[in-house]
Design a protein around this ligand. Structure first.
Ligand SMILES: Cc1ncc(COP(=O)(O)O)c(C=O)c1O
Length: 376
């Protein structure tokens, strides 16, 4: 047998890791400024994370949702406290795309509608409705084409208002900050406009915080900069620091009924231990404030580079747009400067998503590597 070859891969295989570093078999270390698609939130093999996972495995790692699972309630309490959505309800699943699919179900259970309004350059995952809502026709196959998708320009009030006025739209879905699209922010004012229009038209507002959530931008969720309160919030990636965990937060007025949503693995003991460990480290190491400070430091240092056309993002979710294509630059960063960075659907933009406990010295290492590459 062989693997179904769907992933373009770099010629570097990390075999061990610690904090913001990954190591290959030759002992070469690489700075991880990408966290494997924004997943590594508290650093590789954080001691508290490793201990909590090991302790959990020594007791029980899995039983299905047909029995009480106390650690789920430990998680919903801690999460409610840290993200400030105390009164919301938590449904746990295993990935970002699964969170999105469930968010759509919840939204349509509220208003009985089926149209989804989404935006240019959006990325919401690769499963059924999630991929239909994603702005990349190459990922969509005939089986995904039945969805009723309305795609609007990000920031275009008139276009959105016109569609919502029909009162036929089930939900608006928008990323806290667009990630795969190249780190593109919506203005606070646009998010407030969406909140108001959704409320006025009985449309559900889903914030996709799969990439921008869990402290990544310096607030727990990126949309919290705007002060809005969505109906449903999706989460994954940094939520488990590498263990597959996804989830949705659901507004208190939305009612569940038995069997409405479900999954075999979602909310298993190990997944909850992973996510609790992440939250405990976010809190004990004050990582949201650290992300704000390190992000500000990084942006300030980057702003002296004339080769960079635009710097976008908040906290430690940063996009660097250049006048030229960045594929070669990223290869040089990896093979010559030993630094992992991320691409995006914008071929001129590099995505930076380091662990939230990245140090200033590690940022300086990145800045030095970038300088060498830009000078070449
Ligand atoms: C904003 C956003 N939503 C959803 C997803 C899908 O997450 P997953 O790959 O865990 O299914 C991603 C993945 O990159 C994402 O960035």
């Amino acid at each position: 047998m062989s693997m179904f070859p769907v992933y373009p891969v770099f010629d570097v295989e990390p075999i061990s890791a610690e904090g913001a570093w990954v190591m290959d078999a030759n002992g070469q270390r690489y700075l991880d400024f990408y966290g494997g698609h924004a997943v590594i939130s508290i650093g590789h093999r954080h001691p508290h994370y490793v201990k909590r996972m090991k302790d959990q495995m020594d007791r029980i790692s899995f039983y299905s949702n047909s029995v009480p699972i106390a650690i789920q309630h430990e998680l919903d309490k801690k999460l409610g406290q840290i993200c400030c959505y105390h009164d919301f309800q938590l449904f746990l699943c295993n990935s970002g795309a699964e969170a999105i699919e469930n968010a759509f179900k919840v939204a349509s259970s509220v208003n009985g509608r089926s149209k989804i309004l989404t935006f240019n350059k959006a990325f919401h995952g690769r499963t059924s409705l999630a991929v239909a809502a994603t702005d990349n026709p190459k990922l969509v196959f005939p089986v995904n084409e039945g969805a009723e998708i309305i795609r609007c320009e990000l920031g275009n009030h008139e276009e959105v208002a016109e569609h919502l006025a029909t009162k036929e739209v089930c939900c608006v879905i928008i990323e806290g900050i667009q990630g795969v699209g190249g780190i593109v922010e919506s203005s606070d004012e646009f998010l407030r406009f969406l909140r108001k229009e959704c409320t006025n038209t009985g449309t559900q507002l889903i914030m996709d915080e799969v990439q921008s959530g869990f402290g990544r931008t310096g607030y727990f969720f990126a949309h919290q900069y705007s002060g809005i309160r969505p109906d449903v919030i999706t989460m994954a990636k940094g939520m488990g620091n590498g263990f597959p965990v996804g989830g949705i937060l659901i507004a208190p007025e939305i009612e569940a009924f038995p069997g409405m949503l479900g999954t075999t693995y979602g909310g298993n003991h190990l997944a909850c231990a992973a996510s609790l460990a992440v939250l405990e480290v976010l809190e004990s190491e004050n990582l949201m404030q650290h992300a704000q400070e390190m992000g500000a430091y990084l942006i300030e240092r980057l702003s002296t580079h004339t080769a960079i056309k635009e710097i976008r993002g908040k906290g430690l979710m940063i996009g660097l747009e250049f006048s030229e294509l960045v594929a070669e630059m990223r290869k040089k960063l990896l093979y010559e400067q030993f630094i992992f960075t991320g691409s995006s659907s914008n071929p001129n933009t590099i995505r930076l998503l380091p662990p939230l406990n990245i140090t200033q010295a590690q940022i300086d290492y990145f800045l030095n590597g970038l300088k060498q590459v830009i000078q070449d």
